[in-house]
Design a protein around this ligand. Structure first.
Ligand code: PLP
Length: 389
């Protein structure tokens, strides 16, 4: 059987949690969603969590709640899933990219500072910076927060990879150094709700705004209304929202998965450290660790030294595939996608992301990966042809 690069872990308790909800009165957002939200907020040491239908939805709501409009700028990293950039475009804003650090694969703080410096002179400071904690390793949020104070921009953390990660002793999602943090519960991520996402924040107004916007911009809270209710059925639409609700079915799965999250992350860390140990003598480099960050290892990514492997990357990919190992590549730099290319971005705009992309490969890591399967991956990697130079 093919070993995938990532996969959900579902047990009997998860199945029961879902079937219990199916037999209850609510299927869509009902009493289970706020239970999940409170549990998730507590896990992240944050005041509020707003559960939604996906991380993409959460990113869109976060941008809207922060007042992103046409003419504004959003900056993000090219080494991410396209959703981190698309949310800006949903709001009619402009998108721009800051190159990555070639060693830790996250947004390069120095490049960010230089770009901010130039933007200040031309009056094009972004309204929002979206940082991505690549593979589950937090960016240096203290340094980024310092820049946001100096230059005046908001921060969204796209922590889709980083449920269970830590920064400076705090859970990712605590929003100590950001306005809003967003997580994904897509099946390949750390925990799953089928499809789903959440936005965390310590700002009550932002949380209330995202809660309204996920359900059409409708409120049932009298203090938010213009008119006096003419009956108990009364609600008001006070702004333009979407239907981004999470279902109770998903939330029940989320609650069940949360009871296992620390075990999932511990197992991921164990697998990553075993790879690390096994690959000491082959010409690869890992994501450089950062002393303040504890990664949740959503992904285990390595850069191949392609001069020393006398094989091109796609051949390595094929050799592994033929041995039953489905590797992947995270990510195709977003600014090179045809849609973004049409906006005028050239590949060399973010050269580190291009070099990284030419060398990076994602190996299997997920809690149910068996020891024998990991051994198979390690042996296959060690067996790749190498030159003597
Ligand atoms: C998975 C992912 C998303 C999108 O998550 P969905 O829940 O599928 O919408 C956004 N950003 C990053 C970095 C991701 O990995």
């Amino acid at each position: 059987m093919l070993i995938q690069y990532g996969k959900q872990s579902i047990d009997e308790a998860d199945v029961k949690a879902v079937t219990d909800v199916l037999q209850s009165d609510f299927l869509t957002q009902g009493p289970v969603v706020p239970i999940f939200e409170n549990l998730f907020a507590e896990y992240c040491s944050v005041d509020r969590a707003v559960a939604v239908s996906s991380a993409t939805a959460a990113l869109h709501l976060a941008c809207l709640a922060l007042g992103l409009k046409q003419g504004d700028w959003v900056w993000t990293t090219p080494n991410t899933f396209v959703a981190s950039a698309n949310c800006a475009l949903y709001c009619g804003a402009n998108i721009d990219f800051v190159d990555i650090d070639i060693h830790d694969f996250n947004i390069c703080v120095q490049a960010l500072e230089e770009k901010l410096n130039s933007a200040e002179k031309t009056g094009t400071i972004p309204k929002i910076l979206i940082v991505v904690h690549f593979a589950g390793q937090s960016c240096d949020m203290q340094a980024i927060k310092k820049l946001s104070r100096k230059y005046g921009f908001k921060i969204i953390e796209d922590a889709s990879h980083a449920v269970g990660g830590k920064y400076n002793g705090q859970p990712v999602g605590s929003c100590k150094y950001s306005d809003i943090t967003v997580f994904s519960f897509h099946p390949v991520k750390i925990i799953t709700t089928g499809e789903g996402g959440v936005a965390t924040t310590n700002d009550q107004l932002l949380a209330d705004s995202m809660s309204r916007l996920r359900s059409h911009g409708i409120t049932r809270d009298v203090t938010e209304m213009t008119n006096i209710p003419d009956g108990p059925w009364y609600y008001e639409q006070v702004e333009l929202g979407m239907n981004y609700r999470m279902t109770d079915i998903s939330a029940a799965l989320g609650i069940s998965q949360m009871s296992k999250v620390d075990g999932f992350v511990a197992r991921r860390r164990e697998i990553a450290s075993q790879y690390s140990e096994a690959f000491k003598d082959i010409p690869i480099s890992e994501q450089r660790a950062f002393h303040l960050s504890e990664s949740s290892f959503h992904l285990y990514v390595i850069r191949l030294n392609l001069v020393k492997f006398s094989l091109p990357k796609n051949e390595i990919f094929t050799i592994l595939m033929n041995k039953g190992i489905a590797t992947n590549v995270h990510y195709i730099p977003v600014h090179t996608q045809p849609f973004f290319k049409k906006m005028g971005f050239k590949p060399e705009y973010c050269p580190n992301s291009i070099k990284y992309y030419s060398e990076a490969i994602t190996l299997p890591v997920f809690p149910d990966l068996e020891c024998a399967e990991q051994k198979q991956v390690i042996e296959a990697m060690k067996g790749l042809k190498r030159s003597n130079i």
